[in-house]
Design a protein around this ligand. Structure first.
Ligand SMILES: [Zn+2]
Length: 152
């Protein structure tokens, strides 16, 4: 979604809610470049969302599967079911905007982005089991990033 003010391509959804009795989704967005905030409306048609795996296989997006993966990573960690559910919703919201076909890697990155803010141990567990992320270089990059965040 392009920012109407500075035309940057990088905007983040900061809030989304149903409007007009659930037929429309109202999204509050923020431009990453200039922080301009604006609202978009989207028809809530049930558009199927397809996940394209790194081997080219396609499968329908399944939020419960995603939530199960995150739940496993959060085992024994101080993360509530509600936080995990919310993460699942936020990730689905975000990837639907990129649909109808999204690479599995994008979903993984969106999960990691949010999990990092919830719990570092869960984040590293998820990163290490995440299939599109098993290249040692990627993992190393994430560790460096995490270390930077801890220091800041
Ligand atoms: Zn902008």
């Amino acid at each position: 979604m392009r920012c109407p003010k500075c035309l940057a391509d990088d905007t983040k959804v900061i809030d989304s809610r149903e409007a007009e009795e659930g037929t429309t989704i109202r999204r509050r967005r923020s431009c990453v470049a200039c922080t301009h905030r604006f609202t978009t409306y989207e028809r809530a048609e049930e558009v199927p969302l397809t996940v394209v795996k790194s081997n080219g296989q396609r499968e329908p997006f399944d939020r419960s599967k995603l939530v199960a993966g995150v739940t496993a990573a959060c085992k024994g960690r101080p993360v509530t079911t509600e936080q995990i559910d919310h993460l699942g919703e936020a990730v689905e919201d975000e990837v639907r905007l990129q649909g109808p076909e999204v690479p599995a890697q994008l979903i993984g990155v969106e999960v990691l982005d949010r999990l990092r803010r919830l719990d570092e141990v869960a984040y590293l567990r998820f990163a290490s089991v995440y299939k599109g992320f098993d290249a040692a270089a990627d993992f190393q990059r994430e560790l460096v990033l995490l270390k930077k965040l801890q220091e800041s």
